[in-house]
Write a protein that binds this ligand. Structure first.
Ligand code: NAP
Ligand code: ZN
Length: 353
């Protein structure tokens, strides 16, 4: 018998070439395989990484590109071997849709560090080496059930969407470096990632400080759980806070003076890079050796850890502060994110497609 592949017809928005505005784009996804689920997407968050990639700021973009890796929706079809989900389940998909599944990292549930390279939700090639993966600025997506997350049913879906990237990207280093009672944690940059960092670090019991480029977001930062809020545009800040923090997480997508920030760490303190500015990081040796300080990095989080984060957020009623937009406003939203004019994550309502 000849099997006929029934491709899934999808509508979305794509960047067709570098730095071009996103416009409507119809495309096909693979048929629903035996281990796949088909998700009708309801909301998708707008991450700064979408902008970096749509503008080819990291140098490995492929077009046309449908961005979006903060996806939430409902399952509308199941492959014959799917065991973990049923039709109508509220689910999410983050930045990873596949990995090798057998390397040392995958075996530890750290698929983001897959030694063969994780398969990103978009701007990536599927593991068949041929098909192009497209992201969540679209109405449907087909994903292997092992890379699909369960959403706590009492959380509103639009406010949950950004947890799938912004939430896990902060939860992972905060828990890895043991933010908790007695620990002083600074979050640099109160954007999409940063505001999740404040909420999660606070819920973990740490004493949280926000380092923002001005004091404009101070009231919001304190409402989210920060005890302290400082403007990094004031040089006094770096003097006052010298050798203060156990953990500093930098979410800023632009250049900063790394040596100044490293000086904020106390003995054995750790500064974690999560923001991805385009240039290399210049660091003086003394910034590290004085105080036995460490500079580390962290990439999103594994599937199991992402589920743990969603459950944690469900338990602590943590969601994102979102501005829901119709998809037609996506290009305007990009401009506003770049200007730091977002409180605190744009989320696209896919009904408007
Ligand atoms: P975002 O919403 O734009 O937030 C970035 C924040 O950085 C801004 O809100 C602003 O905070 C601060 N900032 C922006 N421009 C600045 C400038 N010129 N000088 C000083 N501060 C500035 O972006 P996001 O979505 O949170 O993403 C942040 C970065 O993390 C991006 O580079 C993104 O690609 C990266 N990322 C990394 C991972 C990972 O796994 N490591 C995952 C997702 C995203 P204030 O107004 O408070 O200063
Ligand atoms: Zn992201």
């Amino acid at each position: 018998m000849i099997e006929i592949a029934i491709m899934i017809q999808v509508n979305g928005y794509a960047a067709h070439e570098v730095k071009a505005p996103l416009t409507p784009f119809a495309f096909e996804r693979r048929e629903v395989g035996e281990n796949d689920v088909l998700i009708d997407i309801q909301f998708c968050g707008v991450c700064h990484s979408d902008i970096h990639q749509a503008r080819d700021e990291w140098g490995r973009s492929h077009f046309p590109m449908v961005p979006g890796h903060e996806i939430v929706g409902m399952i509308s079809r199941l492959g014959s071997k799917v065991t973990q989900f049923k039709i109508g389940d509220k689910v999410g998909v983050g930045c990873i849709v596949d990995s090798c599944r057998h390397c040392a990292s995958c075996e530890k549930g750290l698929e983001q560090y897959c030694l063969e390279g994780m398969t990103g939700t978009y701007n990536s090639t599927a593991r068949d080496g041929k098909s192009v993966n497209q992201g969540g600025y679209s109405n449907r997506i087909v994903v292997d059930e092992n890379y699909v997350l369960r959403i706590p049913h009492h959380l509103p879906l639009d406010q949950v969407a950004p947890l799938l990237c912004a939430g896990i990207t902060l939860y992972s280093p905060l828990t890895h470096w043991k933010a908790g009672p007695g620990k002083k944690v600074a979050i640099v940059g109160l954007g999409g990632l940063g505001h999740m960092g404040v909420k999660i670090a606070h819920a973990l019991g740490a004493e949280v400080t926000v380092l923002s480029h001005s004091l404009k977001k101070q009231e919001d930062g304190k409402r989210m759980g920060a005890q302290h809020f400082y403007a990094t545009s004031e040089p006094e800040t770096f003097k006052k806070l010298e050798s203060t923090f156990d953990l500093v997480i930098n979410t800023v997508s632009a250049e900063i003076d790394w040596n100044e920030y490293l000086g904020l760490l106390k003995l054995d303190g750790v500064m974690v890079v999560v923001g991805v500015p385009t240039n290399q990081i210049p660091i003086g040796s003394f910034s590290l050796i004085a105080g036995r300080r460490s500079l580390a990095g962290s990439l999103i989080g594994g599937i199991q850890e992402t589920q743990e984060m969603l459950n944690f957020c469900g338990k602590h009623h943590i969601t994102c502060d979102v501005e829901v937009i119709p998809i037609q406003k996506i290009n305007e939203a990009y401009e506003r994110v770049v200007r730091s004019d977002v409180r605190y994550r744009f989320v696209i309502d896919m009904k408007t497609l």
